[in-house]
Design a protein around this ligand. Structure first.
Ligand SMILES: NC(=O)c1ccc[n+]([C@@H]2O[C@H](COP(=O)([O-])OP(=O)(O)OC[C@H]3O[C@@H](n4cnc5c(N)ncnc54)[C@H](O)[C@@H]3O)[C@@H](O)[C@H]2O)c1
Ligand SMILES: CC(C)[C@H](C(=O)O)[C@@H](O)C(=O)O
Ligand SMILES: [Mg+2]
Length: 361
Protein backbone atom coordinates (compact mmCIF):
# COMPACT_ATOMS: atom_id res chain seq x y z
CA UNK A 1 0.00 0.00 0.00
CA UNK A 2 1.17 3.50 -0.78
CA UNK A 3 2.79 5.38 2.08
CA UNK A 4 0.55 8.34 3.00
CA UNK A 5 1.74 11.74 4.15
CA UNK A 6 -0.20 14.77 5.30
CA UNK A 7 1.59 17.88 4.06
CA UNK A 8 0.58 21.39 5.03
CA UNK A 9 1.30 23.92 2.30
CA UNK A 10 1.95 27.51 3.29
CA UNK A 11 2.26 29.44 0.02
CA UNK A 12 2.39 32.80 1.74
CA UNK A 13 3.00 35.98 -0.22
CA UNK A 14 4.74 37.48 -3.25
CA UNK A 15 6.30 34.78 -5.41
CA UNK A 16 5.20 32.18 -2.83
CA UNK A 17 2.15 30.84 -4.69
CA UNK A 18 4.06 30.68 -8.03
CA UNK A 19 6.96 28.61 -6.67
CA UNK A 20 4.76 26.48 -4.43
CA UNK A 21 2.68 25.47 -7.46
CA UNK A 22 5.81 24.05 -9.09
CA UNK A 23 6.87 22.16 -5.94
CA UNK A 24 3.43 20.57 -5.69
CA UNK A 25 3.51 19.50 -9.35
CA UNK A 26 6.92 17.95 -8.74
CA UNK A 27 5.80 16.14 -5.58
CA UNK A 28 2.76 14.71 -7.38
CA UNK A 29 4.92 13.15 -10.08
CA UNK A 30 7.42 11.86 -7.52
CA UNK A 31 4.53 10.45 -5.46
CA UNK A 32 3.36 8.41 -8.43
CA UNK A 33 6.88 7.18 -9.19
CA UNK A 34 7.66 6.11 -5.62
CA UNK A 35 4.19 5.04 -4.52
CA UNK A 36 3.80 7.85 -2.01
CA UNK A 37 0.45 9.53 -1.44
CA UNK A 38 0.61 13.17 -0.45
CA UNK A 39 -2.47 14.65 1.14
CA UNK A 40 -1.90 18.36 0.57
CA UNK A 41 -3.73 20.84 2.74
CA UNK A 42 -3.23 24.57 2.29
CA UNK A 43 -3.16 26.97 5.24
CA UNK A 44 -2.65 30.69 5.72
CA UNK A 45 0.52 32.35 6.99
CA UNK A 46 2.00 35.82 6.73
CA UNK A 47 0.44 38.61 4.71
CA UNK A 48 -2.15 36.30 3.18
CA UNK A 49 -3.27 35.34 6.70
CA UNK A 50 -3.33 38.99 7.84
CA UNK A 51 -5.57 39.93 4.92
CA UNK A 52 -7.95 37.03 5.56
CA UNK A 53 -8.00 36.89 9.38
CA UNK A 54 -6.17 39.92 10.79
CA UNK A 55 -3.40 37.71 12.22
CA UNK A 56 -0.10 36.56 10.66
CA UNK A 57 -0.32 33.10 12.29
CA UNK A 58 -3.93 32.01 12.82
CA UNK A 59 -4.38 29.39 15.56
CA UNK A 60 -5.81 26.92 13.04
CA UNK A 61 -2.68 27.19 10.88
CA UNK A 62 -0.45 26.23 13.81
CA UNK A 63 -2.81 23.42 14.81
CA UNK A 64 -2.91 22.07 11.26
CA UNK A 65 0.88 22.21 10.97
CA UNK A 66 1.26 20.28 14.22
CA UNK A 67 -1.11 17.68 12.85
CA UNK A 68 0.92 17.14 9.65
CA UNK A 69 3.82 14.91 8.72
CA UNK A 70 5.67 17.90 7.30
CA UNK A 71 5.13 21.55 6.46
CA UNK A 72 6.24 23.10 3.20
CA UNK A 73 6.50 26.89 3.20
CA UNK A 74 7.22 29.21 0.28
CA UNK A 75 7.77 32.75 1.60
CA UNK A 76 5.98 35.50 3.47
CA UNK A 77 6.12 39.29 3.59
CA UNK A 78 5.96 42.24 1.25
CA UNK A 79 5.69 46.01 0.97
CA UNK A 80 1.97 45.98 1.71
CA UNK A 81 2.53 44.86 5.31
CA UNK A 82 5.85 46.62 5.96
CA UNK A 83 4.36 49.46 8.00
CA UNK A 84 2.34 47.28 10.39
CA UNK A 85 3.48 47.11 14.01
CA UNK A 86 5.90 44.26 14.62
CA UNK A 87 3.44 41.92 16.33
CA UNK A 88 1.14 42.07 13.30
CA UNK A 89 3.79 41.66 10.60
CA UNK A 90 4.03 38.59 8.33
CA UNK A 91 7.55 37.91 9.69
CA UNK A 92 6.13 37.60 13.21
CA UNK A 93 3.84 34.86 11.92
CA UNK A 94 6.83 32.94 10.57
CA UNK A 95 8.78 33.31 13.81
CA UNK A 96 5.69 32.21 15.75
CA UNK A 97 5.42 29.14 13.56
CA UNK A 98 9.09 28.20 14.05
CA UNK A 99 8.77 28.71 17.81
CA UNK A 100 5.37 27.02 17.96
CA UNK A 101 6.75 23.92 16.30
CA UNK A 102 9.94 24.03 18.39
CA UNK A 103 12.14 24.12 15.28
CA UNK A 104 15.43 25.12 16.85
CA UNK A 105 17.75 23.81 14.11
CA UNK A 106 17.80 25.31 10.64
CA UNK A 107 19.92 23.49 8.06
CA UNK A 108 20.91 25.69 5.13
CA UNK A 109 23.08 23.91 2.58
CA UNK A 110 25.02 26.05 0.10
CA UNK A 111 26.53 23.95 -2.65
CA UNK A 112 27.86 25.17 -5.94
CA UNK A 113 26.50 23.13 -8.80
CA UNK A 114 29.04 22.86 -11.63
CA UNK A 115 26.32 24.08 -14.01
CA UNK A 116 26.04 27.38 -12.13
CA UNK A 117 29.67 28.33 -11.60
CA UNK A 118 29.35 31.07 -14.21
CA UNK A 119 26.28 32.44 -12.44
CA UNK A 120 28.12 32.98 -9.16
CA UNK A 121 29.13 36.52 -8.30
CA UNK A 122 32.61 35.21 -7.48
CA UNK A 123 35.36 33.81 -9.66
CA UNK A 124 35.42 30.13 -10.64
CA UNK A 125 38.65 29.51 -8.65
CA UNK A 126 36.94 30.76 -5.50
CA UNK A 127 33.60 28.95 -5.71
CA UNK A 128 34.57 25.66 -7.35
CA UNK A 129 33.97 22.88 -4.81
CA UNK A 130 31.92 24.96 -2.35
CA UNK A 131 29.80 22.63 -0.22
CA UNK A 132 28.81 24.26 3.06
CA UNK A 133 26.11 23.44 5.58
CA UNK A 134 25.07 26.34 7.76
CA UNK A 135 23.44 25.11 10.97
CA UNK A 136 21.54 28.12 12.24
CA UNK A 137 19.95 28.25 15.68
CA UNK A 138 16.34 29.23 14.98
CA UNK A 139 14.23 29.73 18.10
CA UNK A 140 16.51 31.75 20.38
CA UNK A 141 19.02 34.58 20.36
CA UNK A 142 18.15 38.18 19.58
CA UNK A 143 15.06 37.17 17.60
CA UNK A 144 13.32 36.02 20.77
CA UNK A 145 15.25 37.45 23.75
CA UNK A 146 13.52 39.56 26.40
CA UNK A 147 13.28 42.45 27.10
CA UNK A 148 12.36 43.75 23.69
CA UNK A 149 10.37 46.72 22.59
CA UNK A 150 10.46 50.46 21.99
CA UNK A 151 10.44 52.17 25.36
CA UNK A 152 10.42 55.80 26.44
CA UNK A 153 13.34 56.93 28.58
CA UNK A 154 13.14 59.32 31.53
CA UNK A 155 14.10 62.16 29.22
CA UNK A 156 11.21 61.33 26.92
CA UNK A 157 13.43 59.89 24.21
CA UNK A 158 12.46 56.62 22.55
CA UNK A 159 14.79 53.64 22.98
CA UNK A 160 14.61 50.44 20.95
CA UNK A 161 15.68 47.31 22.77
CA UNK A 162 16.39 43.74 21.75
CA UNK A 163 18.22 41.15 23.79
CA UNK A 164 20.62 38.55 22.52
CA UNK A 165 20.43 35.67 24.99
CA UNK A 166 21.15 31.95 24.97
CA UNK A 167 20.95 29.41 27.76
CA UNK A 168 23.49 26.63 27.98
CA UNK A 169 20.88 24.04 27.03
CA UNK A 170 19.89 26.00 23.91
CA UNK A 171 23.54 26.14 22.85
CA UNK A 172 24.07 22.50 23.61
CA UNK A 173 21.11 21.21 21.59
CA UNK A 174 22.05 23.18 18.46
CA UNK A 175 25.68 22.19 19.05
CA UNK A 176 24.75 18.52 19.03
CA UNK A 177 22.86 18.89 15.75
CA UNK A 178 25.88 20.65 14.27
CA UNK A 179 28.45 18.08 15.44
CA UNK A 180 26.25 15.24 14.19
CA UNK A 181 25.78 17.03 10.87
CA UNK A 182 29.55 17.53 10.56
CA UNK A 183 30.13 13.85 11.37
CA UNK A 184 28.06 12.90 8.31
CA UNK A 185 29.88 15.43 6.11
CA UNK A 186 33.52 16.57 6.07
CA UNK A 187 34.01 16.24 9.87
CA UNK A 188 34.93 19.93 10.18
CA UNK A 189 32.83 22.31 12.25
CA UNK A 190 33.36 26.06 12.44
CA UNK A 191 31.47 27.79 15.24
CA UNK A 192 30.81 31.44 14.45
CA UNK A 193 30.30 33.99 17.23
CA UNK A 194 31.32 37.44 18.45
CA UNK A 195 32.93 36.35 21.71
CA UNK A 196 35.48 39.17 21.60
CA UNK A 197 32.61 41.53 22.42
CA UNK A 198 29.49 39.67 23.58
CA UNK A 199 29.02 37.64 26.78
CA UNK A 200 26.35 35.56 25.07
CA UNK A 201 28.98 34.57 22.52
CA UNK A 202 31.52 33.75 25.26
CA UNK A 203 29.04 31.29 26.71
CA UNK A 204 28.35 29.97 23.21
CA UNK A 205 32.06 29.38 22.56
CA UNK A 206 32.60 27.73 25.95
CA UNK A 207 29.68 25.34 25.58
CA UNK A 208 30.56 24.37 22.02
CA UNK A 209 34.18 23.77 23.06
CA UNK A 210 33.10 21.59 26.00
CA UNK A 211 30.72 19.65 23.77
CA UNK A 212 33.47 18.97 21.26
CA UNK A 213 35.04 16.47 23.70
CA UNK A 214 32.11 14.16 22.87
CA UNK A 215 32.83 14.39 19.14
CA UNK A 216 36.58 13.71 18.85
CA UNK A 217 36.23 12.80 15.17
CA UNK A 218 35.07 16.35 14.33
CA UNK A 219 37.67 19.07 14.00
CA UNK A 220 36.29 22.18 15.72
CA UNK A 221 37.36 25.73 14.96
CA UNK A 222 35.97 29.10 16.06
CA UNK A 223 35.65 32.30 14.06
CA UNK A 224 34.30 35.77 14.77
CA UNK A 225 31.29 36.59 12.64
CA UNK A 226 32.89 39.56 10.88
CA UNK A 227 35.88 37.42 9.89
CA UNK A 228 33.52 34.61 8.82
CA UNK A 229 31.68 36.98 6.47
CA UNK A 230 35.02 37.94 4.96
CA UNK A 231 36.29 34.35 4.70
CA UNK A 232 33.04 33.23 3.06
CA UNK A 233 33.75 35.42 0.08
CA UNK A 234 37.55 35.10 0.21
CA UNK A 235 37.95 31.34 0.46
CA UNK A 236 34.60 29.61 0.99
CA UNK A 237 35.98 26.11 0.38
CA UNK A 238 37.66 26.23 3.83
CA UNK A 239 34.20 25.70 5.38
CA UNK A 240 32.38 22.40 5.74
CA UNK A 241 29.78 22.80 8.50
CA UNK A 242 29.13 26.14 10.22
CA UNK A 243 27.16 26.47 13.45
CA UNK A 244 25.95 29.84 14.56
CA UNK A 245 23.23 31.80 16.28
CA UNK A 246 19.93 32.96 14.85
CA UNK A 247 20.91 36.43 13.60
CA UNK A 248 24.44 35.55 12.46
CA UNK A 249 23.05 32.51 10.63
CA UNK A 250 20.42 34.62 8.89
CA UNK A 251 23.07 36.97 7.55
CA UNK A 252 25.75 34.39 6.71
CA UNK A 253 23.30 32.13 4.88
CA UNK A 254 22.27 34.93 2.51
CA UNK A 255 25.96 35.58 1.83
CA UNK A 256 26.58 31.86 1.28
CA UNK A 257 23.63 31.79 -1.11
CA UNK A 258 25.36 34.12 -3.50
CA UNK A 259 28.35 31.77 -3.77
CA UNK A 260 25.99 29.28 -5.40
CA UNK A 261 24.72 31.67 -8.05
CA UNK A 262 21.50 32.94 -6.51
CA UNK A 263 19.46 32.96 -3.37
CA UNK A 264 16.80 31.42 -5.62
CA UNK A 265 18.75 28.14 -5.40
CA UNK A 266 18.95 27.70 -1.61
CA UNK A 267 16.60 25.37 0.28
CA UNK A 268 16.41 24.83 4.02
CA UNK A 269 15.05 22.46 6.63
CA UNK A 270 13.93 23.63 10.06
CA UNK A 271 13.91 20.78 12.54
CA UNK A 272 13.01 20.25 16.17
CA UNK A 273 12.90 17.38 18.60
CA UNK A 274 9.43 16.02 17.84
CA UNK A 275 7.03 18.19 15.84
CA UNK A 276 6.92 18.03 12.04
CA UNK A 277 9.71 19.88 10.29
CA UNK A 278 9.29 23.02 8.21
CA UNK A 279 10.90 23.14 4.78
CA UNK A 280 11.40 26.55 3.22
CA UNK A 281 13.68 28.35 0.78
CA UNK A 282 16.23 30.71 2.31
CA UNK A 283 14.94 33.58 0.16
CA UNK A 284 11.95 35.79 0.80
CA UNK A 285 8.79 36.66 -1.09
CA UNK A 286 10.69 38.71 -3.70
CA UNK A 287 7.93 41.32 -4.07
CA UNK A 288 9.91 43.04 -6.84
CA UNK A 289 9.29 40.13 -9.22
CA UNK A 290 6.06 38.68 -7.81
CA UNK A 291 3.31 37.79 -10.28
CA UNK A 292 5.62 38.11 -13.30
CA UNK A 293 6.57 34.46 -13.80
CA UNK A 294 10.20 35.42 -13.19
CA UNK A 295 10.87 33.59 -9.92
CA UNK A 296 13.35 30.76 -9.72
CA UNK A 297 11.36 27.81 -8.30
CA UNK A 298 14.42 25.63 -7.64
CA UNK A 299 14.98 26.60 -3.98
CA UNK A 300 11.36 25.67 -3.36
CA UNK A 301 11.65 22.39 -5.25
CA UNK A 302 14.90 21.59 -3.42
CA UNK A 303 13.14 22.38 -0.12
CA UNK A 304 10.56 19.75 -1.07
CA UNK A 305 13.48 17.35 -1.65
CA UNK A 306 14.82 18.21 1.83
CA UNK A 307 11.35 17.45 3.19
CA UNK A 308 11.50 14.00 1.62
CA UNK A 309 15.01 13.40 2.94
CA UNK A 310 14.82 14.81 6.48
CA UNK A 311 11.11 14.71 7.28
CA UNK A 312 9.62 11.72 5.48
CA UNK A 313 12.63 9.42 5.31
CA UNK A 314 12.39 9.05 1.54
CA UNK A 315 15.99 9.73 0.44
CA UNK A 316 15.63 8.01 -2.93
CA UNK A 317 12.72 10.25 -3.88
CA UNK A 318 14.75 13.26 -2.68
CA UNK A 319 17.69 12.19 -4.84
CA UNK A 320 15.35 11.83 -7.79
CA UNK A 321 14.17 15.44 -7.48
CA UNK A 322 17.72 16.73 -7.07
CA UNK A 323 18.74 14.81 -10.17
CA UNK A 324 15.89 16.38 -12.17
CA UNK A 325 17.08 19.84 -11.09
CA UNK A 326 20.54 19.01 -12.45
CA UNK A 327 19.02 17.73 -15.70
CA UNK A 328 17.12 20.99 -16.25
CA UNK A 329 20.29 23.00 -15.57
CA UNK A 330 22.24 20.70 -17.92
CA UNK A 331 19.69 21.60 -20.59
CA UNK A 332 20.82 25.23 -20.05
CA UNK A 333 17.39 26.43 -18.88
CA UNK A 334 17.73 29.40 -16.54
CA UNK A 335 15.59 31.94 -14.74
CA UNK A 336 16.92 35.52 -14.75
CA UNK A 337 18.68 35.25 -11.38
CA UNK A 338 20.99 32.44 -12.61
CA UNK A 339 21.25 33.53 -16.22
CA UNK A 340 24.66 33.56 -17.88
CA UNK A 341 26.01 33.69 -21.42
CA UNK A 342 24.81 30.99 -23.81
CA UNK A 343 21.88 29.89 -21.61
CA UNK A 344 18.16 30.13 -22.34
CA UNK A 345 15.93 32.40 -20.28
CA UNK A 346 12.87 30.60 -18.94
CA UNK A 347 9.98 31.65 -16.73
CA UNK A 348 9.04 30.01 -13.45
CA UNK A 349 6.32 27.78 -14.94
CA UNK A 350 8.49 26.80 -17.94
CA UNK A 351 11.22 25.64 -15.56
CA UNK A 352 8.51 23.68 -13.75
CA UNK A 353 7.41 22.08 -17.03
CA UNK A 354 11.01 21.14 -17.82
CA UNK A 355 11.35 19.59 -14.36
CA UNK A 356 8.19 17.52 -14.84
CA UNK A 357 9.53 16.32 -18.20
CA UNK A 358 12.83 15.34 -16.58
CA UNK A 359 11.01 13.53 -13.76
CA UNK A 360 8.77 11.64 -16.20
CA UNK A 361 11.67 10.48 -18.31
N1 LIG B 1 11.30 32.69 4.79
C1 LIG B 1 10.66 33.77 4.38
O1 LIG B 1 9.46 33.72 4.20
C2 LIG B 1 11.41 35.02 4.15
C3 LIG B 1 12.81 35.02 4.01
C4 LIG B 1 13.46 36.23 3.74
C5 LIG B 1 12.73 37.39 3.61
N2 LIG B 1 11.37 37.34 3.76
C6 LIG B 1 10.54 38.53 3.52
O2 LIG B 1 10.44 38.72 2.11
C7 LIG B 1 10.22 40.09 1.83
C8 LIG B 1 11.25 40.56 0.79
O3 LIG B 1 12.53 40.54 1.41
P1 LIG B 1 13.89 40.86 0.65
O4 LIG B 1 13.58 41.61 -0.59
O5 LIG B 1 14.82 41.38 1.62
O6 LIG B 1 14.48 39.41 0.29
P2 LIG B 1 14.10 38.41 -0.91
O7 LIG B 1 14.86 37.17 -0.66
O8 LIG B 1 12.63 38.28 -1.01
O9 LIG B 1 14.63 39.13 -2.22
C9 LIG B 1 15.98 39.59 -2.35
C10 LIG B 1 16.32 39.66 -3.85
O10 LIG B 1 16.45 38.32 -4.34
C11 LIG B 1 15.56 38.08 -5.40
N3 LIG B 1 14.98 36.73 -5.23
C12 LIG B 1 14.59 36.15 -4.09
N4 LIG B 1 14.09 34.93 -4.32
C13 LIG B 1 14.17 34.74 -5.65
C14 LIG B 1 13.80 33.67 -6.52
N5 LIG B 1 13.25 32.53 -6.05
N6 LIG B 1 14.01 33.80 -7.84
C15 LIG B 1 14.58 34.92 -8.33
N7 LIG B 1 14.94 35.98 -7.57
C16 LIG B 1 14.75 35.88 -6.24
C17 LIG B 1 14.47 39.15 -5.27
O11 LIG B 1 13.85 39.40 -6.52
C18 LIG B 1 15.24 40.32 -4.69
O12 LIG B 1 15.86 41.04 -5.73
C19 LIG B 1 10.34 40.82 3.17
O13 LIG B 1 9.03 41.04 3.65
C20 LIG B 1 11.08 39.84 4.05
O14 LIG B 1 10.80 39.99 5.42
C21 LIG B 1 10.70 36.18 4.00
C1 LIG C 1 11.62 36.74 7.17
C2 LIG C 1 12.58 36.61 8.31
C3 LIG C 1 11.82 36.57 9.58
C4 LIG C 1 13.48 35.38 8.16
C5 LIG C 1 14.50 35.34 9.28
O1 LIG C 1 15.12 36.37 9.59
O2 LIG C 1 14.69 34.27 9.84
C6 LIG C 1 14.24 35.26 6.85
O3 LIG C 1 15.13 36.29 6.65
C7 LIG C 1 14.92 33.92 6.77
O4 LIG C 1 16.12 33.89 6.52
O5 LIG C 1 14.25 32.89 6.91
MG1 LIG D 1 17.02 35.62 5.95
Amino acid sequence: MAQQYRITLLSGDGIGPEIMAIAVQVLKVVGEKFDLTFEFQAALLGGAAIDATGEPLPAETLAQCKNSDAVLLAAIGGYKWDTLPRHLRPETGLLGLRAGLGLFANLRPATILPQLIDASSLKREIVEGVDIMVVRELTGGIYFGQPRGIFTTETGEKRGVNTMAYTESEIERIGRVAFETAQKRGKKLCSVDKSNVLEVSQLWRDRITTLSAEYPDVELSHMYVDAAAMQLVRQPTQFDTIVTSNLFGDILSDAAAMLTGSIGMLPSASLGASNPGLYEPVHGSAPDIAGQDKANPLAQVLSAAMMLRYGLNQPTAADYIEQAVLTVLDQDYRTGDIMSEGKTLFGCQAIGDALIKALNK
